[in-house]
Design a protein around this ligand. Sequence first.
Ligand SMILES: Cc1cc2nc3c(=O)[nH]c(=O)nc-3n(C[C@H](O)[C@H](O)[C@H](O)COP(=O)(O)O)c2cc1C
Length: 235
Amino acid sequence: MSAHWKSFLWAQLQKNIQKQGLSSCYMALALATPSVRTVVFRSFAGEHHRDSLGWTSDALVVTTDRRSRKCKELQHDRRYEVCWYMDGTGEQFRLKGSVAIYPPPQQDSSSSSMMPSVNPSNIAPTSPSQQSLGTQAFMAYRQSHGIDPHVFDWEAERRRHFGLLDDALRATFASSQPKPAALPITAVDPLTGWYVSPDHQAALDDAYTNFVILVMTVKEMDYVSLEGAHEIYTV
Ligand SMILES: Cc1cc2nc3c(=O)[nH]c(=O)nc-3n(C[C@H](O)[C@H](O)[C@H](O)COP(=O)(O)O)c2cc1C
């Protein structure tokens, strides 16, 4: 069963997306240095706003580049604070907790054990013909690698988020200079669970080596509305 803070945050986000669009997913993410930047809330780990993957969690996912300053900062201090203003309903959510990087940086072997739990949900997965490319890759990777059906797999989750990026944003992860303008994906190979990009396969494979997900566990949510409501949710 979802935590109370999460159900409330999720319900308010849906209202804001309906009123204001996807800009409602922009959050300000501060790390411990202090340092702050805008990032996009992608989903809760193992969840998708349309597809059901058969998993549920209370951990937020943000995508980023392993070469970014925030990844360097996180190696020294995993704490974060998010300040998330949703203009549609005039509400502010401040979340605090810790961040795990997946895959963990090579010098940091301890962090794979710090990944939050993701649990089977009681909603059946979306049928294959209706799945987004990201969901197809998530499912195909699990199947082709013989992942235990009771175990959540973070590599499948990372692949899913890579496939969900738009083609131009995916291209920003390339190492080559100049970067390609776009890295389109046409299909998922069911034998490997990896993406097919007939004209850009090498660049796509390379871009993925720089792609990481930040998985954010929540310890506290401080909620304030312009109408004067204030509540603190502790986990
Ligand atoms: C609207 C908006 C959304 C953004 N979303 C992300 C994001 O989801 N992930 C990300 O790494 N950077 C995102 N950025 C860029 C970051 O704000 C930041 O400039 C970049 O990640 C480098 O930050 P760093 O040097 O602190 O690592 C976004 C920028 C804008 C303007």
